[in-house]
Write a protein that binds this ligand. Structure first.
Ligand code: FA5
Ligand code: MG
Length: 461
């Protein structure tokens, strides 16, 4: 039986991406359908909603304090994507079920944090020529093997930002009061706002969200956190004010916009501590916008800026653009259909008018997993072939491409006698551009089923 994660029957011996050629190996799992997205650079098409959103966010992080950058080439080393950021060896993010590997040592970046070290090193290098540029934003396409639904696509965009402050190079802790005061003076320069922010947790929590006590004083971290939170709240408020203006304009009535609600929740990232996520209450739900925190000092020490302290954040651009423009399906960002593209203009926030919703075509596929029952999502028990849901998603993506709107697990059970495990997924085929005939959907579905058997070794029911 083939390994569950193997994707293609005939693996090319090398892959060429952005003019560089890489040797493939048994780690390689990046198909051409994913590589075909490399180089689109949607965030540079000035009339594209992702570019309009990028500009709006960048305007909240202006020069001279921040440089605004982008990173064209998505190929990075596992060292930069994981190791220097402190991801442990067994972190699930490193797994081939979650990440597109070019080879053993090389991946398509899974987040813009892969560039943190390089930008810290740049700040160090430019210290004498551009001393006022102590922060940055960077935008890039990122790649993840993930679920398929209207808010998840294997290629999406992140914007990362960071800001650093100088500390005395010898004995920074004993001077931490002065450092904290310097940072607080910068906090005062950020305009205040009157939006209600829920922030029930202490900045530092010994177990859940610890201070890096070898390196930082509580006072310094309170100051960095205050600067981080006020900067990001301001950015989010700007965006949501624009979004409700657009909504009011398009509905034609001057409705009193629902007051904006924002909250901070504790989070964990290997490269920040303490860490938080910022959530916004939007259309009845709390929506996660970004992750952030106080940068791990070890990372700064390893990145030529040992005598600085600072914060970093990373946000999902599609998530923000979808609510700014009322875009209902993440696949639309990749559309070349003029009925989509013609609706957006640089500098303008307009509500997207769907050009028609074509009928959905649901197909269920049920199968037995190979071997005995498997516990958990990713690890095999008792000699069974490892099974991971992301491998099902990848098969569906490879065959169905953008014709699949979502895939949901609708049933799973373990046979009481044989201990075999059965899964049933519902695949929703729906084109954004035209009506799919039932024959077309059947034909794709047949190939999905064949490939599930061939690649994952499952037995159809
Ligand atoms: C990260 O990627 C961290 N690198 C963020 C970070 C940077 C933390 C710097 C601290 C310091 P996360 O996996 O949660 O974290 O993704 C960040 C954001 O990307 C999410 O909040 C969400 O807005 C967006 N996002 C994540 N997965 C997807 C997806 N599959 N599709 C669309 N957007 C996504
Ligand atoms: Mg997250």
């Amino acid at each position: 039986t083939k390994s569950a994660a193997s994707q293609t029957s005939e693996q090319p011996s090398d892959l060429t991406i952005e003019a560089d050629t890489y040797k493939t190996d048994q780690w390689t799992n990046t198909p051409d359908t994913i590589l075909s997205h490399v180089g689109r650079r949607l965030y540079l098409d000035e009339n594209h909603p992702l570019a309009i959103t990028r500009k709006l966010i960048e305007s909240q992080f202006p020069a001279p304090s921040y440089g605004n950058y982008s990173e064209k080439n998505p190929v990075v080393s596992t060292k930069h994507n994981f190791d220097v950021l402190g991801f442990p060896a067994d972190h699930p993010g490193r797994s081939r079920t979650d990440t597109y590997y070019v080879n053993d040592k090389t991946v398509l970046r899974t987040h813009t944090s892969a560039h943190q070290q390089a930008y810290f090193q740049q700040i160090a290098r430019n210290e004498s020529t551009r001393p006022e540029e102590v922060g940055y934003t960077v935008i890039a396409d990122v790649y993840r093997r993930d679920a398929i639904d209207r808010s998840h696509y294997p290629v999406f965009h992140q914007m990362e930002g960071a800001m650093l402050w100088k500390r005395p190079s010898t004995d920074p802790l004993s001077a931490s009061k002065e450092t904290a005061a310097k940072i607080m003076a910068d906090v005062e320069k950020i305009p205040k706002h009157d939006v209600i922010v829920e922030d029930p947790n202490p900045t530092i929590h010994d177990q859940r969200n610890p201070l890096q006590s070898e390196h930082h004083s509580a006072e310094e971290v309170e100051a960095v956190a205050a600067h981080l939170k006020r900067s990001l709240e301001r950015m989010v408020i700007k965006i949501f004010t624009e979004a409700s203006k657009a909504a009011a304009a398009s509905s034609g009535v001057d409705v009193e916009a629902e007051p904006l609600k924002v909250r901070w929740v504790e989070a964990y990232f290997p490269f920040t501590s303490p860490s938080w996520e910022l959530e916004v209450f939007w259309q009845g739900d709390w929506l996660e916008i970004l992750g952030c925190g106080v940068i791990k000092q070890d990372l700064l020490i390893n990145s030529d800026v040992p005598d600085r302290i600072g914060w970093a954040f990373g946000l999902g651009l599609e998530r923000i653009a979808m609510l700014l423009f009322n875009i209902p399906d993440i696949r639309l960002f990749w559309s070349r259909d003029e009925r989509f593209l013609s609706q957006f203009r640089a500098g303008e926030i307009a509500r997207f008018e769907p050009f028609s919703k074509h009928p959905a075509c649901y197909k269920d596929v049920a199968f037995w997993l190979p071997g005995a029952a498997v516990t958990g999502g990713s690890s095999a028990a008792g000699g069974a072939v490892p099974f991971h849901e992301n491998d099902v998603m990848e098969v569906v993506r490879l065959v169905g491409g953008d014709l699949v709107e979502d895939v949901t697990l609708i049933d799973e059970f373990t046979h009481p006698k044989t201990q075999r495990k059965s899964m049933c997924y519902r695949i929703n085929y729906r084109s954004l551009e035209r009506t799919l005939t039932n024959e077309e959907a059947n034909e794709i579905d047949l190939r999905v089923r064949e490939k599930l058997v061939g690649d994952l070794g499952v037995e159809l029911r």
